[in-house]
Design a protein around this ligand. Sequence first.
Ligand SMILES: Nc1ncnc2c1ncn2[C@@H]1O[C@H](COP(=O)(O)OP(=O)(O)OP(=O)(O)O)[C@@H](O)[C@H]1O
Ligand SMILES: [Mg+2]
Length: 370
Amino acid sequence: MTQENGDRAESLGLWPDDEQPIPLLTAEQPSLQPTDEGETSRSAVLTRTSVDGRATERRTAADFSPERMLRAPAGGRPSSGWRLAAFRLSGGLVRVAPSAAELRQRELIARVKTPIRGCRKIAFISRKGGVGKTSTCLLAGHTFAAYRGDRVVALDGNPDAGTLGHRVRRETTATVASLLADAGQIERYADIRGYTSQAPTRLEVIAADDDPRVTEALGDGEFRRAIHLLERHYNLVCLDTGTGVLESATRGILDAADQIVVVIAPSLDSARAASSTLDWLEANGYAHLVPGAVGVVNGVRTTNGLVDVDRVEEHFAGRCRTTVRVPWDAHLETGAEAVVEDLAPETRQAHLELAAAIAAGFTDRSERRE
Ligand SMILES: Nc1ncnc2c1ncn2[C@@H]1O[C@H](COP(=O)(O)OP(=O)(O)OP(=O)(O)O)[C@@H](O)[C@H]1O
Ligand SMILES: [Mg+2]
C-alpha cells in the first residue's frame, strides 16, 4: 500500500506537516501573493488580478479539503521554528498558533492536492532551447507526485531525442516509441507501468529514444495517441516539449494540453523567445491556452545581474495567469538525475509554488478549446 497523501512528501523531508486548518481565502485576501515574512521572497508568485485588484479565483468544491476545513487534531504540532521548540520543550502543552507563513505553506499544499476530474495535461514549452523546460516539467511532476495520491506521469515529447529519461533512475529501456509500437497490447495500468520508470516521489517518466531518427519520426498523430493512452491510466500528465512550436510533435502535444507552462531563462533573448511563443500560440489556434498559462522564470541567481527580472516577470504576469520564479540551483546545474532531497530548500519551495500555481488552474474549464 502507498502512504497517505502528503506523508510521502514529509518522509522525503520536502515540506512541513499540514495538520492545521487553512483559512478560506477571500477575494480581498489573495492567497499566493508573497508574504512579508521573507521566507518565500526568492520564489515570489505574481498572480494576475482583475481591474478592481481582487484575485480572479473561482470558488469550487475543491475548497473543501481537510487542510482548509478541518480543525487541528488534538496533539497536532507546529512544523518548524520557535513554535515547534516551545511545543517540544513544554511536552506538547504550549501550542502557539501557526505563523502567516506556515498557513500560507499549508495553503500551497492544499492547492497542489486539488482534485482532478479525469485527466489533466500540462505542456511545458518555450521556443528557446536550454531554458529549463525538461527540468521544470520533471520537478513539477515530482512535486505533484510527492503530494498527491493519484497517478502522475511525465512524457518526453521532445522530437530531438529529449533528455527527460536521463533525469531519473531508469527502470526500463522502453521509450515513447516502444510504448506506441505496443499500444495494442496495453489494456491495464500494470501493462503501461512496464514502459515507465518510477522515482521515489512516485512520479513515473516515459523516456524518449536516444536516436533522433526515431524521435523525429514521431509526429502529432503519434503523440496524440500516446497521450490518449496515458489519460486512461493517469490523472496528471506532464508533457516535456522541444523548441520547435512548428514541429508536428509539439502541435500534437498542444492539441491535447489543458494548460501550458512557459519557461523563461532570466535573459533578454529567452524572455523575447518565450513571449513570441505566446504570440505564436495566440495566432495559431492555441489562444485559449495563453490566459491560463503559468510563466516560470527559471535559473534566477541571487546576485543582481543586468537583466531586471522583476520587469521580465511583470511582462509575463500581464500575459499569463501567474508567474513563478525558480532560483538557480547547483544540483540542477549538473544536468544529472534530479534528486529532490538534493535541491536547495529555496528551489523546492519554488517548485511547490509552481505546482500550486498550476493546480489553481485545475478547476478552470474556461481555457479549454470550444
Ligand atoms: N534552476 C536551474 N538551476 C541550475 N541549472 C538548471 C536550472 N534549470 C535547468 N538547469 C540546467 O540547465 C540545463 C538545461 O536545462 P533543461 O534540459 O531543463 O532545458 P531545456 O529547455 O529542456 O533544454 P532543451 O531545449 O535542450 O530541451 C540542464 O543541465 C539543467 O539541469
Ligand atoms: Mg529539454
